[in-house]
Design a protein around this ligand. Structure first.
Ligand code: M6R
Length: 606
């Protein structure tokens, strides 16, 4: 999604702005631009396309100004174009801004401003903000008051960074429902929409809260909360370095992140067990009356939603409580039957997904207990729920989620066991599960040894347009996730089905050489899945079977035996194979693996 950088200091702002934008490139964008500001005025350069095109524009210019703002845009209102690219200026070219988020009432505001004599250059919602700022500045002659008055008029979400000729060394920053962080170092004060943009300058960052405004000057920083009260900035130490946000020795971020899974899982589980007991103080500290909890709802989007389906299936085995998993985009519009006796768990790698945050706000309004599981310290989700448990995946840059998913699986596993205990149930097979969770980094390591085999198998997809994934019970979310990975990075059409559903329709699609990936890791249901697989083989399917069960290999085309572990954990290893499968299919087809078409890493708009 869009990226923002801003700098004011004692040295040229441009290098900071550009390196920051380049670190945010992974978020996906379609245009880029900067405004540099000095007492002589604003200088704005922007273009549709990649950052390299902006660099071309900047080449012939001398731009040594010590303050400026930068942006990479992912179109929401108005097609990708030079005019729609940020920054946006007012007509008098005295104010310039960059904006992430969506202004829901921009059409009405635009109409009023046009009546008041304003002319618009772009089709964006963002341009109304700069025109409004101009409007209020004319009467107030004060940027801070003009900003406050402007924000009052806006409905929607924003991370804003503003410069003006009136105070050429000052950046005005505001945040609501779109991330924004601030940092300082000896040569200046800066802001960005995401930590990787600033990590080479500082690891101490200040994430703004919703409604905050900040005034950044070369040697000073003032932060005001939504009520206008001046706040003492509370910096947090970001535990990752820039290296962790780079590709290392791998061809892509995705492959690097697949290989980081043993470490990510280890970090996530660090400190979670005291011997064979689960340690999760975040849950113990909740004021929830567990005896009267009658419903658990797990809510998320995309890959994180698949992790929720897994957790829900697990919980149903361990505890007799009504529970379900639902995509956030559905939960928020289905008038959910939840109340103070409901615990809602929100899972999000980024902690900034708009639908998940909106669902969380709805659950709060209905007095549910809210638990966040996220990978990003201080993210919007983390700040607004009753409690938060963090996955320790480190920054995930590839759009296709891998290590975030496996860390969600292990942490959800622990959380579900904890919740079962809170509800008065002893999770089944708990000793083996905890023992194997502790061994999980080594088990994943062993699974990564299948790399070459997965590469060979992915070759099967070379001339195929479709692939089908089947699994039952705990294997079903793995089938969903395998299919999602394949389609998002290789563009091979992939669907996932419960094995038992095949004969109710999807089997009509199976013909000679159709690729079917079947998961059979659950001892109580594996025999049924095998029957489902045989039905596809009878119709000519080319089957890859992922299993740890004692199934005679000769019946199947390709059998991958995953390392032995508790059945409740088998999906963690099998999904690693499916990540590799999707990866090599995409590589074979020559796809841009880290930046799949039409997708963004963090979906901060509805
Ligand atoms: O940051 P989140 O976990 O909330 O993101 C949710 C989805 O957008 C994300 O998992 C998406 O489905 C990934 N591209 C999947 O690889």
């Amino acid at each position: 999604m869009c990226g923002i950088t801003g700098f004011t200091g004692s040295e040229s702002a441009l290098p900071f702005l550009m390196q920051g934008l380049s670190r945010l490139e992974y978020r996906g964008y379609d245009s880029a631009g900067v405004t540099l500001i000095s007492p002589q005025g604003l200088e704005t350069l922007k273009t549709k396309g990649r950052l390299s095109e902006l660099e071309e524009l900047l080449k012939s210019r001398t731009l040594n100004q010590c303050a400026g703002i930068g942006h990479t845009r992912w179109a929401t209102h108005g097609v990708p174009s030079n005019l729609n690219a940020h920054p946006h200026e007012n007509e008098a070219e005295t104010i310039s801004l960059v904006h992430n988020g969506i202004i829901e009432n921009y059409a009405e505001l635009k109409e009023d401003l046009i009546h008041a004599g304003y002319h618009f250059q772009s089709d964006t919602d963002s341009e109304v903000i700069v025109q409004l700022l101009d409007y209020y500045y004319k009467s107030e002659q004060n940027m801070f008051t003009a900003l406050k008055k402007t924000l009052k008029m806006l409905r929607g979400s924003w991370a804003l960074c503003i410069v003006s000729v009136y105070e050429p060394d000052t950046l005005y920053v505001a945040k609501k429902e779109s991330p924004m962080i601030i940092g300082q170092y000896e040569k200046g004060t800066f802001c960005a929409s995401d930590a990787p943009a600033v990590l080479s300058y500082t690891k101490d960052i200040l994430p703004l809260a919703d409604g905050d405004m900040a005034v950044l000057r070369p040697n000073s920083l003032q932060v005001y909360n939504a009520a206008g009260k001046k706040m003492q900035p509370a910096f947090i130490h970001f535990p990752y370095d820039v290296q962790a946000a780079q590709k290392g020795g791998y061809d892509s971020f995705m492959m690097k992140e697949i290989y980081e899974q043993p470490k990510a899982v280890r970090e996530t589980l660090r400190g979670r067990f005291r011997g064979m007991k689960i340690y999760m103080p975040e849950i113990d500290e909740l004021k929830t009356d567990w005896q009267n909890v009658n419903r658990i709802v797990l809510i998320a989007c995309g890959t994180a939603y698949h992790a929720c389906i897994y957790a829900d299936t697990l919980l149903k085995r361990d505890a007799r409580i009504m529970s379900y998993a639902q995509p956030a985009s559905e939960f928020r519009y289905c008038s959910p039957n939840v109340d103070e006796h409901t615990v809602c768990i929100f899972v999000s790698q980024s902690g900034e997904t708009a639908d998940t945050i909106a669902a969380m706000k709805l659950a709060k309004a209905k007095h549910c207990t809210t638990i966040a599981m996220t990978n990003v310290l201080g993210s919007s989700l983390a700040r607004q729920t009753d409690t938060v448990v963090y996955t320790g995946a480190g920054p995930e840059i590839a759009v296709a989620s891998t290590k975030a998913y496996t860390t969600q699986l292990v942490l959800l596993h622990v959380l579900m066991m904890k919740i079962s205990e809170k509800l008065g149930y002893k999770p089944k097979n708990i000793t083996r599960r905890i023992r194997d969770l502790k061994r999980m980094p080594e088990i994943i390591e062993e699974t990564l040894g299948y790399r070459d085999q997965m590469k060979e198998l992915a070759h099967m997809l070379k001339d195929q347009r479709d692939a089908y994934f089947i699994g039952r019970q705990l294997d079903y979310p793995t089938a969903l996730e395998g299919a999602l990975k394949l389609k998002e990075i290789s563009y091979v059409h992939a669907d996932a089905y419960y094995g038992g559903e095949l004969k109710h329709g999807p089997i009509a699609l199976i013909e000679k050489n159709t690729v079917v990936v079947a998961l059979a890791t659950q001892p109580d249901i594996a025999a049924k899945t095998i029957s489902n697989i045989e039905e596809t083989i009878a119709r000519g399917a080319n089957v890859i079977l992922v299993t740890d069960q004692n199934i005679p290999a000769e019946k199947f085309h390709h059998v991958l035996r995953i390392p032995d572990a508790a059945p409740e954990l088998a999906n963690i290893t099998s999904v690693v194979l499916l990540q590799l499968f999707a990866y090599f299919a995409a590589e074979e087809k020559g796809c841009d693996i880290d930046k799949p078409r039409n997708l963004a890493k963090s979906v901060t708009v509805e």
